[in-house]
Design a protein around this ligand. Sequence first.
Ligand code: ADP
Ligand code: MG
Length: 694
Amino acid sequence: MTNTAELFGINVFNDRKMRERLPKATYRALKKTIENGEALDLSVANVVANAMKDWAVENGCTHYTHWFQPMTGVTAEKHDSFISPGGDGEVIMEFSGKELIKGEPDASSFPSGGIRATFEARGYTTWDPTSPAFIRERTLYIPTAFCSYTGEVLDKKTPLLRSMEKLSAEAVRILRLLGKNDVNRVTTTVGPEQEYFLIDREMYDSRPDLIYTGRTLFGAMAPKGQELDDHYFGSIKTRVAAYMHELDEELWKLGVYAKTKHNEVAPSQHELAPIFTTSNIATDHNELTMEVMKKTAEKHGLVCLLHEKPFAGVNGSGKHNNWSISTDTGENLLNPGKNPEDNLQFQLFLAAVVKAVDEYQDLLRITVASAGNDHRLGANEAPPAIISMYLGDDLGALVESIIEGRDYKSHKAARMETGVDALPDFKKDNSDRNRTSPFAFTGNKFEFRALGSSLNIACPNYMLNTMVADELSGFYEALKGSENLESDLKALIRETLTQHRRIIFNGDNYSDEWVAEAERRGLCNYKSLPEAMEHYVDRKNIDLFTRNGIVTEAEMRARYEIELEQYSKLLRIEALTMLDMAKKNITPAVIDFTGELAGNVQLKKSLGVSSFAEEQLLDSLSDKLEEFVKKTDELDRAVKLSGRYEDNLELAKFFRNNVFVTMQELRELGDSMEREVAADCWPYPSYGEILFGV
Ligand code: ADP
Ligand code: MG
């Protein structure tokens, strides 16, 4: 077996392979494109394509695919073989620069939110040279961006790449103003921590709800859940360990820096965290990670669930988006350094993030909204639907002192007394205590914790990048003509932090007091996707994206329609699945069981013995079954009623306020019957069997 160092990146056309396989001039030209975003010409692309093809064919590939991230929420690929007629009935393996650079998948079947009529269905995929090509299952994968014939953005990667460019330009401009002339490029970095559930394949196969919707729609709680906290960081079971081992190896081969793995809070729940990289590659790698997680599970007789809330009553799965900004000179701009009180550059970038998060808290909420994540945000497990920031003790104290105009009392003195002055000043632990905060400063980065586990991280990141870029641009305008930069800078930082103080909250985000307090502060609290999404197209949000050239108003309106439509579709599928389970399996099972009970009652009566137990159970279940059947009808009617709505927002709201509420009521009735029906008569495996079955 190969060792890890040899294994790492074995399936990636990475820098080393490019250097080995490309002529020097081509390699240099390509590097310029990757590092500085310079345009690539076709002659260079031809050479690169040929080298990529040779490498892929040597490694057993027959096909290539442009790999892209449409609005569907999953990645898309269309495979073409390398073969080309070579004369005399022979074939040769060919791959041109043109094929590398541009693909033309039929775009008509991807959601576009109505910006593109079906007759102009042409869409283009364009090679993204900043994310390396890789091999999976005998196919060469080329990461690409996806847009329409007329240039409209149809994917999540294009806005991300644009936002990275924008943030770089704005950060460089302001750094130059501060005298940092050696910086030419700034990159955003991301490390996404990924949670997932792992369950047995057989259990999964016998649950239509898991198969069709990714979550259980019925299911009474097991006697044991997560209350003992014995799963979190617990020792990893053999079968799971074997899975994790293979997962790591598969990811390493693809150049994904899979680093940390552990059990999570809920039974059967686990987490994987990679080492951070650029936002763009981190996004591609996270999409790959989710796919490889699922594929690898198949080989182990397991199923990997990435739904945000597969099981009611136990913790759901999220994703922590660790985000920072670094320069091409190797400086992390969110690192406070030894003396943050004197580090005006850090303070300025901090102020930009604080202002951005406050002014665009609604966008941050919107970007993590999904039918699945609605089950988490606002429940006591994930950060709440209210966006606020946690800065930690040290940084929080610094910000307070700036606002109040006081001297900052550093914690250094205290540490010296304990003789641990070797520790860095802003220890991670110092700022990481508040696990309830949706947006926490963690030493030298911000951790956005409200993401759902299945979310494509491109969206939160392009929003984050754009809003911070926009604030930096405002700062530049305010400072550019300054005669006394230092005092103007200080004044700007103080004014900004003062104005946006309300977004900083260090207390318990799960508490009811916070909900009331946040309302007093005027922070928004959108509890569901329809409620949040409505604000996506607020003027200030449209202005933000158009002003920065990230997406157009038409594209935003399209995305708005797509999100709402998908939400309604998902809820409809859930409701239909529930109806199916209720009518075809649960009701018949309870009828059978109660019929058996009734027979026993008669028999016992004829024998003159007590039928107390049977009668009591029969009574209780018969009442519940009646309610259950009525509720099933009610849900049926609600789904039919939804056909009346034409407007996507109205429809989504109807699903949320009507269909979804009825579903929850139906579930409660179903679950209470499950608690009373004999285990072998219930048609589905129980929570206990599923959650503790691996
Ligand atoms: P925790 O569970 O305490 O949040 P982890 O170590 O599991 O910590 O995850 C932290 C994540 O943050 C890792 O993916 C790590 O690579 C990432 N990270 C560290 N520094 C940066 C940075 N400068 N920019 C982006 N991500 C970072
Ligand atoms: Mg974390």
